[in-house]
Design a protein around this ligand. Structure first.
Ligand code: K1U
Ligand code: ZN
Length: 186
């Protein structure tokens, strides 16, 4: 398995890729796709992050990996290191939202492609999703809490949308400036 480079918005070539709309996977889940998903998972763990879309490693395909550890049911104050130790990887191919609740919830999101920026985004609190899993089986399930936040954030990536696109223009421009400044300093 390989840890790949995560594309970031401070680089114009990377940003052009991150803005692409990802294409659906055709012909089922092959071993080549499983290799890509394994690399994505390793890349996400190394970052570290809790989710990653294929486009963030330069592959504009409708594929997402996620591992929330125990965070879905975690109480505030639970040990972050311990949550990461309990691995629970998830794989989503061609995910669709088939239902979204009317009630919204706000969460302070981050993004590995927008390093060190965190801000509140409001999204439907619960969603029902349909996707193919690692084995290629069709799955339909309900997501709430951090699972709902993360899957919607990652599915935005498949449409070329970043979480900062949900912020005011002022906040977005400040975020972009700050990421570029940090990249220059690094
Ligand atoms: O870049 C990404 O899409 C991954 C992103 C996912 C996400 C985080 C928070 C809300 C919505 C979506 C991240 O993983 S950012 C890093 C992060 O949140 C984290 C890292 C280590 C431990 C716990 C959280
Ligand atoms: Zn992201």
């Amino acid at each position: 398995m390989t840890v790949r480079r995560i594309l970031t918005i401070d680089n114009a070539a990377d940003l052009a890729v991150l803005k692409q709309v990802s294409t659906p996977v055709e012909g089922g889940v092959t071993d080549d796709l499983r290799l890509l998903m394994d690399d994505m998972l390793e890349t996400m763990y190394a970052a570290p992050g809790i989710g990653l879309a294929a486009v963030q490693v330069g592959e504009a395909k409708q594929i997402i990996v996620m591992d929330l550890g125990d965070r879905e049911g975690a109480d505030e104050g639970d040990d972050e290191g311990a949550a990461r130790d309990r691995r629970n990887p998830r794989f989503f191919i061609n995910p669709e939202i088939v239902w979204a609740s009317e009630d919204l919830a706000s969460y302070e999101e981050g993004c590995l492609s927008v390093p060190e920026i965190y801000d509140d985004v409001e999204r439907p609190a619960q969603v029902k999703i349909r996707y193919l899993n690692y084995a290629g089986d069709a799955v339909e399930e309900d997501a709430g809490g951090l699972y709902a936040v993360c899957i919607q954030h990652e599915m935005d990536h498949l449409k070329g949308v970043l979480f900062i696109d949900h912020l005011s223009r002022l906040k977005r421009e400040r975020a972009i400036k700050s990421v570029k400044k940090a990249a220059r300093a690094a």
